[in-house]
Design a protein around this ligand. Structure first.
Ligand code: TPP
Length: 330
């Protein structure tokens, strides 16, 4: 192991705990409904839920401002929501409706918002990595103090773009945080089948990027590591690579037969569940009681119900708009 934590613990259970829990529960409620929406025909094209992986987006985003950027991948709804995306507009985009972030023309894998610093979720595996490096270079040249985050999977860490991105970020000391969400699978391929060197963090080290392994099922650990990485980037100390170990509870996308893993393995992963773990800490620490916990769950259900009503009521974009927004204006 290179290291198990990027920094001394700073996560303040009383200050950050309840908000982190509420965000993770809301994201899980949102994501858990997607397979059923897909079956109902409400979602055209594929959509990839990140149930089980909530701690990473939530732990990272609590240290980002609206002008910081994130570049995400095909499994990016949680990243967007944690960065401030409205649930209704996110779901409307997933449903391909006019009130979505990209007018319904992007769908699940192409959610972008300049105002929120969301450079886009991305259907091309690894493509967001280069976008984040570009945003970090732009922030450095503008001396804005902003940082950029690239979220990508263990499968994407095999893409050549990561080598180039690490090298440029290291030599130019760019304010970029590379976050590999190792959920143990790339579509139907297991991590062990696809990656010979199990320490993905060594890949960052090889390029001179400080690299750390973090428990991606522990929001406090992710938050601590992200706080250290983001403040180092803001201080001009360059990039950090965080490899967050996590697990994808649901199939790669709706209709995944999941023949590449056993039910028992999926159930075993629930023992590390980020929501259950934080809930236990909050209850044991008397930060939260059962009634407040129930309220958080009810609020999440209500918020996602409202998002569904908003998205379902939104019309499809007019056919005549198919060729607008294709090119950026100068
Ligand atoms: C360049 C490219 N190659 C292949 C694909 C097909 N594809 C879509 S998702 C995926 C797996 C990606 O795995 P990982 O990066 O670990 O992310 P995860 O799905 O596990 O979150 C693949 C191979 C693609 N979309 N883009």
């Amino acid at each position: 192991m290179i290291d198990t934590s990027a920094a001394a613990p700073t996560f303040d259970l009383a200050r950050q705990g309840r908000e982190s829990l509420a965000e993770m529960i809301t994201i899980r409620e949102f994501e858990s409904r997607l397979p059923a929406y897909a079956k109902q025909g409400l979602i055209r094209g594929s959509t990839h839920p990140s149930v089980g992986m909530e701690a990473i987006a939530v732990g990272v985003s609590q240290h980002l401002t609206a002008t910081d950027s994130i570049a995400s991948n095909h499994r990016g709804h949680a990243h967007c929501i944690a960065k401030g995306a409205d649930l209704g507009r996110t779901l409307a985009e997933i449903f391909g409706r006019r009130d979505g972030y990209c007018g319904g023309k992007g769908g699940s894998m192409h959610i972008a918002s300049a105002e929120l610093g969301i450079l886009g979720t991305n259907g091309i595996v690894g493509a967001g990595i280069g976008l984040a490096v570009g945003a970090a270079l732009s922030a450095q040249l503008a001396e804005s103090g902003d940082v950029a985050v690239a979220y990508f999977g263990d499968g994407a860490s095999n893409q050549g773009v990561l080598a180039e991105a690490f090298n440029l970020a290291a030599i130019w000391r760019l304010p970029v945080i590379f976050i590999c969400e190792n959920n143990h699978f790339a579509q139907s391929a297991t991590f062990d089948e696809m990656i010979a060197q199990p320490m993905v963090s060594k890949r960052g080290e090889a390029y001179g990027v400080p690299s750390y392994d973090v428990d991606g099922m522990d929001v406090a650990a992710v938050s601590d590591a992200a706080a250290a990485a983001i403040s180092a980037a803001r201080a001009g100390n360059g990039p950090t690579f965080l490899v967050a170990d996590t697990y994808r509870y649901l199939g790669h996308m709706a209709d995944d037969t999941e023949i590449y893993r056993t039910r028992e393995a999926v159930e075993a992963a629930h023992a590390r569940d980020p929501i259950a773990r934080l809930t236990k800490r909050l209850i044991d620490g008397a930060v939260l009681d059962d009634a407040e916990l129930e309220q958080i769950h009810q609020d999440a259900v209500r918020a996602v119900d409202a998002a569904y009503a908003f998205a379902d009521a939104s019309p499809f974009p007019a056919v005549g708009t198919a060729f607008t927004d294709v090119e950026a204006s100068a």
